[in-house]
Design a protein around this ligand. Structure first.
Ligand code: HEC
Ligand code: HEC
Length: 143
């Protein structure tokens, strides 16, 4: 019996991210202290595999105006986080688009109305945890 989710989880604990299994049910959880701390302050610390490398570079270059917030960090911390995010980045996607929720794959998976968001008690599309209870652990298979 082949269980891709279980296998992906095992590979992830071994530090291996399989190019096949890393998309889309399971995103290896954030295991990097600085990222978990600094990027989990205002929202869930989004997993590296949610954005392509180019988008992470772009996002990290604009922390002083991060969706209207000042999320600036000391340069060394920012570089450390950027390296971690880029190392685990998604292989495909639009490098110009820094919102996960505006990436094509994401829009393809989500087709919800404002009513549906409200029913889930989600603050907005980026409130992954409202619908995916296992999001911080990297599981997105349930709603
Ligand atoms: C001071 C608060 C704050 C901090 C710290 C912060 N963010 Fe954000 N982040 C926001 C806000 C506000 C939004 C916009 C939320 C929305 O519109 O849904 C956002 C959105 C995002 C999005 C886009 C989500 C989407 O809509 O797809 C990403 C990706 C993101 N942040 C990554 C990071 C990373 C990486 C860090 C750490 C370097 C970080 N954030 C730190 C406040 C913060
Ligand atoms: C309003 C509820 C809602 C919100 C908010 C939401 N999702 Fe989803 N998501 C769903 C539903 C429903 C599906 C499709 C059904 C399924 O596969 O479980 C889905 C599917 C997915 C999938 C595909 C899973 C698979 O089985 O292939 C991923 C990955 C995902 N979402 C990630 C995210 C991320 C990351 C966020 C936050 C940036 C987010 N979702 C926000 C409801 C939501």
């Amino acid at each position: 019996m082949f269980r891709p989710l279980a296998l992906a989880a095992i590979l992830a604990t071994l530090g291996i991210t399989s190019p096949v299994l890393a998309d889309d049910d399971y995103m290896p959880p954030v295991r990097h202290g600085a990222t978990a701390k600094e990027c989990g302050e205002c929202h869930m610390a989004f997993q590296p595999a949610l954005l392509p490398a180019g988008a992470w570079h772009r996002l990290m270059a604009g922390l002083d105006d991060h969706f209207g917030e000042n999320a600036s960090l000391p340069p060394e911390t920012a570089a450390d986080i950027e390296a971690y995010l880029v190392a685990g980045a998604r292989r495909r996607g639009d490098p110009e688009v820094i919102r996960i929720t505006e990436q094509r794959w994401w829009r393809h998976e989500h087709d919800f109305s404002p009513q549906r968001l409200a029913r889930a008690g989600a603050a907005g599309p980026s409130d992954c945890l409202a619908c995916h209870k296992g999001a911080e652990q990297g599981y997105y298979e349930d709603d």
